[in-house]
Design a protein around this ligand. Sequence first.
Ligand SMILES: [Zn+2]
Length: 277
Amino acid sequence: MKSSFLFCLLGTLITSSIFGQDYSKLGKLTKKEFNVYYSKGYESKATTIANRVHLAYQYYHQLLSFQPDVDVLVLNENDWARYSNQKLVYGMPHYDDKKTLIVAAHDNPFWKSFHPERSMEDFFELLALHELAHAFHMQAAIQLQRKWMAELYCNLLLHTYIAEKEPESLPALTTFPKMVIAAGTSEYPYTGLDELENNYEKIGREFPKNYGWYQSNWHAAAGKFYDEKGPLFAQKIWIACQQQPNRLADPAWKNWLRSNDLLPILKMMESWPDFGP
Ligand SMILES: [Zn+2]
């Protein structure tokens, strides 16, 4: 299967270059469920990310009754070029193949590109949990119907974990997306959900800021779903999708959303991108 997600991206991967990857030049932290490999000099950052990923892993496991196999890489710019074969801008977190979460170890021009005076480092650090969520749905072969739905779903798991277990981090998660949305869409060539679906890799690779705008809207939608439906909404979507393994065309999918009591998703689709409060 060809897949990888960028903040996540579903794309092509030469499996041989990542499977069996030699991480012996990287530092290593061992957790019960996974290992974290990090660029030299970034043990403190890797420890922070490892501890959070560990707690989120346990939370997602409890919610979804599934345990994926994952490695986490926390990389500086040189190692990013060496260990990720996705050729994404440095700082764009991604899920490479079916096992490896890759996040940046330090601040960078991409994180600074959204605001003239401040970096979004605090926000991007949380996105390791978005990538972790991809490991869950990918390895469990959950049919989320659309690429954008998979992204939204990962943001919903991320938001649910933060709201339930680290509410003090909610401002770091919600401030950046609100700011991006408030700035409007005039600089973006793509804004529709179908446009995203049909140009997913192109937007992720060639228009990373435009992709960040989509992600910001999915973060806002995830927060809205959580506020309206609570922590079990993510579990409800998972269970419903387990029972619908085939991809549906739009009319059938919309009926399916209605019959599975997943109306917030339908409402979001129909009012995109003005679904917010
Ligand atoms: Zn993603």
